[in-house]
Design a binder for this molecule. Structure first.
Ligand code: G4P
Length: 348
């Protein structure tokens, strides 16, 4: 096929897929009028114009994270539309970066809707820091629970936390004799915090049933969980919020934890910054892992990375240290907590 035809084929395929998606979204009913389609396209064009790059971090180390948000406006609109369908919002955050992994727009987006914070990946975070964060959120009047969705630790606290934040509503329902009504919760969070893992995990531990109820749910699928005799309905498609890193350190911390993918960062620069953190915040687990002494910690970060590469036998031809490979290894070991359970920020 010529490249022109191939291109044509791709475009045609896209159109067909779009039309099919649209038909299936509408259940084959209520075909859109041309004026509605025109308005939809105009909106899509406005969305594209609005889709500016997120602050690429400012300051001297700004260039190594080149990251762009996705469909911020559309996502916000979807979350706001779905809010009408739920009683509460469960915001999943990463316990290693409880502030940086939150979208600061969320409170204004959800208004007075009750919310619970799920501090996930607690298995990777410093347990003392996690306790401090739980207390901090409590002091702010926000219910937070600790979770490790990988193993399921803390998952059983979810139902009671949701009932706690919705206690007024439950009392009002009870006064009207509506005792068995289930609560509806939307899961939101930035990419990679564990939204899908949470939904998979909770659907295994609780009795879960998937339902599609057009009309009531506008095509959304819901999981009905039954736990301790109470039922909660969860939107199975979690709302993906994008983080905002106006502050360069926020972007950096999200890159350390892997929330910002490595293909948009300069891995070696990122690893050097992480080594800078370890130089500033001495950590015995890190030092033991790479058999480093106090004197080694005096090295410049690039020397330290080369030193670690040599220690691990990562060499390129000529016996030079393979710092690129060592950078990937340092980041991987940090992300899997082999360098210790580390929380990168504390409440102020
Ligand atoms: P998302 O929907 O919010 O984007 O996140 P997702 O559930 O896909 O999880 C992102 C990564 O985080 C996954 O790892 C997942 O296993 C891991 N994860 C989720 N919750 C926890 C947790 O509580 N503790 C730990 N240690 N990891 C967690 P991955 O490497 O992308 O995939 P895989 O390891 O599952 O293959």
């Amino acid at each position: 096929m010529s490249s022109k035809n191939a291109k044509k084929g791709v475009i045609k395929g896209k159109r067909e897929r779009y039309a099919e998606k649209n038909r299936s979204r509408q259940g084959g009913r209520n075909e859109k009028k041309p004026s509605q389609i025109k308005a939809q396209h105009a909106q899509a064009r406005r969305d594209r114009r609005e889709r500016k790059p997120v602050e690429r971090s400012t300051g001297e180390n700004s260039q190594y994270i080149q990251w762009f948000p996705g469909h911020m406006t559309r996502t916000k609109r979807k979350i706001q539309a779905d809010l009408k369908l739920v009683d509460a919002v469960a915001e999943i955050i990463d316990a290693r970066v409880p502030m940086s992994s939150r979208n600061p727009d969320l409170p204004s987006m959800i208004g007075s809707k009750p919310r619970v914070i799920l501090m996930n990946k607690c298995d990777l975070a410093d347990p003392r820091a996690t306790k401090k964060w739980t207390e901090y959120f409590r002091s702010q009047g926000v219910k937070a629970i600790e979770l490790d969705c990988k193993t399921g630790v803390g998952i059983n606290n979810f139902t009671s936390a949701v009932r706690e934040v919705l206690s007024d509503k439950l009392e009002a329902w009870a006064a009207k004799g509506m005792v068995n009504r289930s609560l509806r919760v939307m899961i939101v969070g930035i990419p990679n915090v564990g939204k899908s893992t949470f939904i998979n995990r909770i659907s295994k531990t609780s009795k879960a049933k998937t339902e599609d109820r057009p009309g009531v749910t506008r095509g959304n699928q819901w999981f009905t969980l039954t736990s301790n005799g109470f039922s909660i309905e969860l939107l199975d498609t979690p709302g993906v919020l994008w983080p905002r890193f106006d502050d360069q350190l926020v972007g950096e911390k999200l890159a350390f934890t892997g929330a910002v993918k490595d293909d948009v960062t300069d891995t070696e620069q990122l690893a050097l910054r992480l080594l800078g953190y370890f130089k500033q915040t001495p950590n015995p687990v890190f030092m033991k892992r790479f058999s480093l002494c106090d004197e080694d910690m005096e090295l410049e970060t690039h020397e330290l990375l080369a030193f670690i590469a040599k220690k691990r036998g990562m060499l390129i031809s000529g016996g030079e240290p393979d710092t690129e490979r060592a950078a990937v290894m340092v980041l991987d070991e940090f992300r899997s907590a082999k360098l210790g359970r580390i929380t990168l920020e504390m409440p102020v």
